[in-house]
Design a binder for this molecule. Structure first.
Ligand code: GDP
Length: 461
């Protein structure tokens, strides 16, 4: 990824395809000049005040032919997303005019932006820190209201604020120690060790709180990976369809290597569930038997949540008893489906084994029991805790790893202080913790890492 920030970049910022309008974004020192070469309106673009919108036409300077009727927004540095001069051209959403305008911009002085390059510039120009930039990725990808709210909070800097406070405490502590290394007296050394212990304890508590929210954070961001398992014909697809219909599923096609894997996301009480395509759900009946077992096994390993579906109208089979043993200790619900039919299943035994809260009777056919199921899922995962408004969730794997490393360094420092080890040894661990925290917000990150993070963006962001 070129990292000169002196050139002017352009890209289509809206998804490609047929839409009402599309936006092409231009950023850099020549943004207004480049767009001005193509834009015809009452006032030349270079003369308009900042943060104003102008109606006119994009014209090909080669032949004077109008390409599209557009609205052009001018935002001059530094009050723009990238802190550079930014021009946004809103044109008609068809693929042809959008491409044509982009080509003209590229022919008249702009360079095609790399994926994430707009956001990268915002970061490099100090407008946002790294956690905020990563939150922009999440915002683009967020699949549920709660995940969206989480990403918004992070974009506003909730996590960065906490990390900065921790780093300030560390710097104060390190400064205090520095003074003692220069003027070592026995009394002062004793007092310093006690202070280090106390401060480390407080910082470890805060880190512990941040890390405790990490699992929920990941789940909110990526969805609860959910496997619906059970023998053929117990009603797995009926349940899936019912969940999907009642909860506005998003179905996405992900091109796989051998075939297209279909992934459905449903939102239950604000919690996104990512439903795995497990045995029997989409296979024809005769193929189920062969591949069902292997698929179920894999799904069982991957899942955050297992919905084990049984038929109320049939006694437990050997196979089902085997599955029960394997899911017992996992986050799982036993769904007793087909309650509209006569009872033949050993429901009492299931209740004894899994507890009454984890056995959910329902009829997918009659659409009964869905409320109870949704409540059980919500209880199982969050027990209401997720509602706490001021919780800051760490949802990003990179952040979690760094916070864990910072925690280990602080634990070392605390242990060394307790053992009254030489203070300059302790200083090394404190410094390490400080650096790890710095990497979370991008104060000490390498160019390679920055490139890697920003390359996850789509074009035009
Ligand atoms: P799967 O093989 O586990 O995916 O099962 P399906 O969802 O395809 O359902 C198998 C059969 O059971 C279908 O004929 C469904 O209509 C029927 N079925 C599903 N749920 C219920 C239910 O709650 N009550 C009754 N009576 N039949 C159901």
């Amino acid at each position: 990824m070129p990292d000169t920030t002196t050139d002017t970049i352009a890209a289509i910022s809206t998804p490609l395809g047929e839409g009402g309008i599309a936006v092409i974004r231009v950023s850099g020192p020549e943004a207004v000049a480049v767009a001005g070469r193509l834009f015809r309106s009452r006032t030349p673009l270079e003369q308009v005040p900042t943060h104003t919108v102008h109606y006119g036409f994009i014209v090909d300077p080669a032949d004077g032919e109008p390409v599209d009727e557009v609205l052009v927004t001018v935002m001059r540095a530094p009050r723009s997303f990238t802190r550079e001069d930014v021009v946004e051209i809103s044109c008609h959403g068809g693929v042809v005019p959008v491409r044509r305008i982009l080509e003209l911009l590229l022919a008249h002085g702009a360079r095609l932006a790399e994926p994430g390059e707009f956001t990268k510039r915002a970061f490099l120009n100090g407008r946002i820190d790294l956690t905020q930039a990563e939150a922009v990725i999440d915002l683009i990808r967020s699949k549920s209201d709660r995940a969206h709210a989480l990403a918004m909070r992070q974009a506003r800097g909730a996590l960065s604020g906490k990390i900065r406070d921790l780093r300030t405490s560390l710097v104060e502590l390190m400064a205090h120690i520095e003074v003692n290394i220069d003027y070592p007296e026995h009394d002062a050394e004793e007092a310093t060790a006690a202070l280090i212990e106390e401060r480390c304890r407080a910082m470890l508590e805060e880190l512990g709180r941040l890390l405790a929210g990490a699992r929920e954070g990941r789940i909110l961001r990526e969805g609860v990976v959910t496997a619906i398992i059970g023998r053929p014909n117990v009603g797995k697809s009926s349940l899936l369809n019912l969940l999907a219909r009642e909860n506005r599923a998003i179905v996405t096609d992900i091109p796989g290597t051998t075939r297209d894997v279909i992934e459905e996301i449903v939102t239950i009480r604000g919690i996104p569930l990512k439903l795995l395509d497990t045995a029997g759900i989409r296979e024809t009946a005769d193929r189920v038997e062969q591949i069902g077992v292997e698929r179920s096994r894999r799904a069982l390993e991957e899942a955050d949540l297992i919905l084990f579906v049984l038929n109320h109208n049939e006694p437990l089979s050997e196979e089902e008893r085997g599955l029960m043993a394997r899911i017992e200790g996992r986050p799982s619900l036993v769904i007793v489906n087909k309650t509209d039919l006569p009872a033949r299943l050993e429901v009492d035994e299931l209740v004894r084994r899994f507890g009454p809260d984890r056995v959910v009777p329902m009829s997918a056919l009659k659409e009964e029991g869905l409320d109870r199921l949704e409540q059980a899922i919500s209880d199982l995962f969050f027990g209401g805790a997720i509602e706490a408004a001021d919780q800051t969730y760490v949802s990003n794997v990179r952040h979690i790893d760094l916070l864990q490393r910072a925690r280990r360094a602080l634990e070392e420092a605390k242990g060394a202080a307790e053992a009254r080890m030489p203070i300059d040894v302790i200083q090394i661990d404190l410094r390490l913790a400080w650096e790890m925290l710095g990497e979370v917000i991008g104060d000490a990150v390498s160019d390679a890492l920055i490139d890697q993070i920003f390359s996850q963006f789509c074009l035009g962001k």
